[in-house]
Design a binder for this molecule. Structure first.
Ligand code: ZN
Length: 544
């Protein structure tokens, strides 16, 4: 038998009644070309052109390779050469494409195989479902030719289209060379046969999904943060400003210092920065430096080797190592003893830690956020905190405002806390009575958000009625700040207030900010009152 005389009836075995059918002894099925086209279309949508091309190229390759294997013995060939060149004929017998060998190649050196393809089913399907492409699209055909030739030659042959009807050329033209004969400049298509193109397409897709996911999470956080029990209620301008700053800070990898009173929500802001940063997938590790005994803090932060001190029964990494790829929050950093401050500084400068009892250093990969309720600059002045460490930590400094400076947030926070407590304790949801709301608003909340959350939880649990009355509030909240002890004196409340303000201002050497803070009033209020006192002729200490 010669390849060009091969007929479908020589190899195709079927019953007119259907059922199992074979080609060269292998079971085959009849498949609708449009159905194949639709499958292709779906794979292109799912994996992109590159991913789909990789799938179809290798699908075609397997098909061609297996068929060559089966054909070798299925037909009494005139000689083995006839079997080797039968791939093109088989392509036609399969109804996929008509093969016309090119006799006079224009290529130099001439390729091992070259053909014009007519009526490619694959180009038709691509045009049908996707319209004209920008690249050649007969992927299974090129794969099939490569698979057949590789098996028949006993060496790897790769075929590629150099023109294609699918991209608007008049005909499809295929060129095949042994793998090693392909010039390096043209080897880019090898990737469809060899490297895991699909994985590449998938990982691109995954990266895109992750990005979308991150954006969604960010949006969700922003929505939630309007009513977040950790303090991220952002009705107030000061919190909106702070969150805006935190979001910008998140995008850079520098150290951040969070200052603010206890309970104001510094840890929550640190968490917000971590979640909005590129380190979001890494761990968020927090330590309260004030809560760890001085003797243990070094091992806690840097880790230790087995036997380095009593109780060190095994090697243990410190928090700097545990937070690798993520964020480490050093809360109450001002409480670190001075010798630890030096060690911390060295770690930050050298970006490596040494476990207690070890000589070896390990590099670290963390974003450090430090937090304190103290005025760290004042701690530096008082020689309780190293200035160099202060500057290192304070690359960016954020001030978390106390609750009393953002009164707009108090009632939304209280309502949110009540709702969450009710859900957690499986209690009916209750509202604050108008009088209770007034007391809650008037209270200075020295313990900030934390105090407010605790007060609401307590009130919800203890209140007997359908709503929370002023009498259900903790004692210091339900008592309005009473000027009772001054009542015996012959002074008005306004006089008492003026004296308190002016004395404090003088004591703070004119600092409006510190005066407002000490008196637990807003700076705007303070300014207004000072202006009024000046207008009334009182002596007001000049601004510091
Ligand atoms: Zn083509």
């Amino acid at each position: 038998m010669r390849a060009r005389n091969l007929k479908l009836t020589d190899i195709f075995d079927f019953d007119a009644d259907g059922g199992e059918m074979t080609l060269a002894g292998e079971r085959v099925v009849l498949m609708d070309a449009v159905a194949m086209g639709l499958l292709r279309s779906q794979l292109i949508t799912a994996f992109g052109m590159t991913g789909a091309r990789s799938i179809f190229t290798r699908f075609g390759y397997t098909h061609g390779y297996r068929l060559a294997e089966a054909m070798k013995t299925a037909i009494p060939w005139e000689d083995e050469r006839e079997w080797r060149v039968a791939g093109g004929r088989l392509h036609r017998l399969h109804g996929m494409v008509s093969f016309e060998p090119v006799k006079q190649s224009t290529h130099s050196p001439p390729p091992f195989a070259e053909a014009v393809w007519h009526d490619s089913y694959e180009a038709d399907q691509h045009l049908l479902h996707h319209g004209q492409a920008e690249e050649c699209v007969c992927w299974t055909l090129a794969g099939f030719a490569s698979g057949y030739l590789s098996k028949a030659q006993g060496r790897t042959v790769y075929c590629i289209e150099e023109s294609c009807r699918g991209k608007g050329d008049p005909v499809c033209r295929m060129v095949g060379r042994f793998r090693e004969d392909w010039p390096e400049a043209q080897q880019a298509f090898f990737t469809f046969y060899e490297s895991d193109c699909l994985n590449e397409a998938l990982s691109t897709l995954q990266a895109q999904l992750k990005k979308v996911d991150r954006r969604l999470a960010q949006r969700r956080r922003e929505l939630e943060s309007e009513q977040d029990e950790s303090g991220l209620v952002i009705r107030s301008l000061s919190m909106k400003t702070l969150l805006g700053q935190a979001r910008r800070v998140a995008s850079v990898d520098t150290s951040v210092l969070l200052q603010g009173e206890s309970g104001a929500g510094k840890e929550r802001i640190a968490r917000f920065i971590h979640d909005a940063s590129g380190r979001q997938a890494g761990p968020f590790v927090a330590i309260n430096c004030a809560a760890v005994p001085e003797s243990l803090i070094e091992s806690e932060l840097f880790g230790h080797a087995r036997g380095s001190f009593t109780g060190a029964t095994s090697d243990r990494p410190g928090l700097f190592e545990s937070a690798k790829g993520g964020t480490l929050l050093l809360d109450e950093v001002a409480e670190l003893p001075l010798p630890m401050q030096s060690k911390l500084l060295r770690v930050l400068q050298e970006r490596e830690v040494r476990r207690v009892g070890e000589n070896k250093t390990r590099s670290i990969d963390v974003r450090l956020i430090a937090a304190t309720h103290r005025d760290l600059a004042a701690e530096v002045k008082a020689n309780r905190f190293r200035e160099d460490l202060f500057f290192r930590l304070r690359v960016i400094e954020l001030q978390v405002p106390p609750l009393r400076e953002r009164p707009e947030d108090i009632l939304p926070l209280a309502r949110q806390a009540l709702a969450r407590s009710a859900a957690r304790e499986k209690l009916p949801l209750k509202e604050l009575s108008p009088e209770a709301s007034r007391r809650v608003l008037a209270h200075p909340w020295p313990g900030n958000v934390r105090e407010l959350l605790n007060a609401m939880e307590r009130a919800l649990v203890l209140s007997p009625g359908k709503r929370i009355e002023a009498s259900d509030l903790p004692p210091d909240v339900k008592q309005p700040a009473a000027p009772a002890r001054h009542l015996g004196e012959q002074r008005t409340l306004a006089e008492i207030e003026r004296e308190a303000i002016l004395t404090t201002l003088a004591a703070e050497r004119g600092s409006r900010a510190r005066t407002a803070e000490r008196l637990a009033i807003g700076q705007a209020t303070l300014f207004r009152k000072l202006k009024q006192y000046q207008a009334e002729g009182h002596q007001v200490a000049p601004a510091a």
